[in-house]
Write a protein of this length. Structure first.
Length: 165
């Protein structure tokens, strides 16, 4: 299974591509898609959409996962994140990919075993689980890989439950 994880944002969108074979994980790619803050919003969204399409066409993922938008004290940030999630959903729909979302707490729990883990702890566990030579950077890319790991764990548990007598 190949999973495309997206940490949504309009200025910086993190992505991670993870291959899961059996119980093993391998990072195929990770990084960020960036848009200039001076660019008009519709153009930024188009640029992010094109970037996601390129990743989907290159890696042929089986699923796209994003972080679930939680209520934010900063309404402007929440709107920008919601727009970025919409772009990711459109790219998934365009390529007929299933989409799943996870809360930050679910991701932290799946990756570190503790839903209150900090970013550094998550990055260290992502590094270990994926046998990377260094912690993945920037934070947005590490978060996207963590989303992939969370989904891989979730899928494994779902299959296990379905196969139980």
């Amino acid at each position: 299974m190949i999973i495309l994880g997206v940490d949504p944002g309009t200025a910086t969108m993190g992505y991670g591509v993870l291959e899961k074979v059996g119980n093993r994980y391998r990072a195929l790619a990770y990084g960020i898609l960036e848009t200039p803050k001076t660019m008009p919003a519709p153009e930024r969204l188009r640029q992010l959409y094109e970037g996601l399409n390129t990743l989907i066409e290159r890696f042929q993922p089986d699923v796209l996962v994003t972080e679930r938008l939680l209520f934010s004290a900063n309404r402007r940030t929440a709107i920008q994140v919601a727009r970025a999630i919409g772009v990711a959903l459109l790219a998934a729909a365009h390529h007929q990919l299933p989409w799943h979302e996870y809360t930050p707490m679910q991701v932290k729990q799946a990756v570190t075993g503790y839903g209150g883990a900090d970013k550094k702890q998550v990055q260290q566990m992502v590094q270990r689980l994926l046998a990377l030579s260094e912690r993945p950077k920037p934070d947005d890319a590490a978060d996207a890989l963590a989303l992939c790991i969370c989904h891989a764990h979730h899928e494994s548990l779902t299959r296990l439950v379905k196969s139980a007598p």
